[in-house]
Ligand binder design. Structure first.
Ligand code: PGA
Ligand code: ZN
Length: 431
């Protein structure tokens, strides 16, 4: 049973404070910490920040106090394996629909640490415990979606689209996928050095390079060249997260939003943006487009998803929120869920989000945030929920590799009990 819960302030990969929680049972100490986004959806669960001058307003001391003074006494005596009851208790203690009293950052850190404690209680691997909580019969290693070129609000270049990713779908194992990505990343570095010089190989928040590119087309051409140079043509697909909410202004899209240019002459409509997407989808091996439109542009999502024959992922659009996901299933707004536990605040609700997505035949992609810690919980979660894909940045930066390296260990430890999603990453049933 849980005998104590302790919160503390630690720091994330952007140097901002974040919440860490320790859950103690007779079996020892179980720990987890929260990530934090930069291009956040407006309907995400509330990340409690102190405000005021300290830490430029980003302090999390209140969230940590809420763990120590409110959550800790209430969870004493609970069996850590009773994840749903514990998550429900924390929701009840919070009492709001967006977890703004206690903070989703406080609640999620405890929820994830409880999951690790529950796995120990059951003598199970964390990913197996998560699968059992969800009622999923199959453990699957995700296709990793490596963010090779960073743009948007994660980088200091002028590229509007936020993420250009590679998916080694043609690998036979997770281990091989890592090698393919590692080699492609180095091939890309060589190309960027030759083309733009040393400044081009600085890296962004998610470990991808930040070359002085402005057009998506150019980023894709370079990426395709890197894949070819590394020898993986036909085995690696490309994913794009334009994160279009960031440049959706007054109903239009400003692809020059990082130039601080006030002229609106270049702004395009959702129809113009759709045409741009359709032209790149025709030319490049694109596996998916994530948040191709701003989160308020619901109808643009609906008509685009109906018209194109590719995967359309909802991130800011859905905020891992079961209610919004249900509405999107009804309207066919997207056909794929981006799964970020801190957008909703408990593991139980994240499981519910995946259950809904799978019931509609959608694809699922587990995801890190641009501000991360070295916590590898989402790696375990992606295996346990058979999400089929995990995006956790480049093969660069420790907080990104923490997740991928844990998947290498899981593949080794679980052996034949787990398989690599590979080409079947898009839909994996739970039973
Ligand atoms: P964020 O970006 O963590 O800054 O929100 C990730 C994403 O948009 O997928
Ligand atoms: Zn996104």
């Amino acid at each position: 049973a849980i005998c104590d819960v302790k919160g503390r302030v630690v720091y994330d990969s952007r140097g901002n404070p974040t919440v860490e929680a320790d859950v103690w049972t007779e079996r020892g100490r179980f720990r987890a910490s929260c990530p934090s986004g930069a291009s956040t959806g407006s309907r995400e669960a509330s990340e409690l920040r102190d405000g005021g001058p300290a830490w430029h307003g980003k302090g999390v001391t209140k969230a940590v106090e809420n763990i120590n003074n409110v959550i800790a006494p209430a969870l004493q005596g609970f069996d850590a394996a009773d994840q749903a009851d514990i998550d429900a208790k924390m929701k009840e203690l919070d009492g709001t629909s967006v977890k703004s009293n206690l903070g989703a950052n406080a609640i999620l850190a405890v929820s994830m640490a409880v999951c690790r404690a529950g796995a120990a209680e059951k003598n199970q691997h964390v990913s197996q415990h998560i699968a059992n909580l969800a009622g999923n019969a199959y453990l699957v290693l995700p296709v990793p979606c490596f963010n090779m070129i960073n743009g948007g609000v994660h980088s200091g270049n002028l590229l509007a689209f936020q993420e250009f990713m590679i998916l080694p779908v043609g690998a036979a194992s997770f281990k091989e996928a890592m090698q393919m990505a590692s080699e492609t990343y180095q091939s890309l570095k060589t190309i960027l050095l030759a083309k733009f010089g040393r400044n081009a190989v600085n890296v962004g928040d998610e470990g991808g390079f930040v070359p002085p590119i402005t057009e998506a087309q150019e980023a894709l051409e370079i990426l395709v060249a890197a894949i070819k140079d590394a020898g993986y043509e036909g085995k690696i697909e490309i994913g794009i997260d334009p994160a279009a909410s960031e440049f959706h202004i007054d109903g239009k899209y400003d692809l020059n939003f990082k130039r601080n240019d006030p002229t609106k002459s270049n702004w395009i409509s959702s129809a113009g943006l759709s045409e741009l997407y359709e032209s790149v989808v025709d030319k490049f091996p694109i596996a998916f487009l994530e948040d191709p439109f701003g989160e308020e542009d619901w109808n643009a999502f609906v008509s685009f998803t109906a018209r194109v024959n590719i995967e359309v992922v909802g991130d800011d659009l859905l905020c891992t929120n079961p209610e919004i996901i249900s509405a999107a299933i009804k309207d066919k707004a997207v056909n794929s869920l981006l799964l970020k536990p801190n957008q909703i605040g408990t593991l139980t609700e994240a499981i519910e989000a995946v259950r809904l997505a799978k019931s509609a035949g959608w694809a699922v992609m587990a995801s890190h945030r641009s501000g991360e810690t070295t916590d590898d919980f989402i790696a375990e979660m992606s295996v346990g929920l058979a999400t089929g894909r995990l995006k956790s940045g480049a093969t660069c930066r420790g907080e990104r590799l923490a997740k991928y390296n844990q998947l290498l260990r899981i593949e080794e430890e679980l052996g034949s009990a787990v398989r690599y999603a590979g080409k079947n990453h898009r839909f994996l049933a739970w039973s």
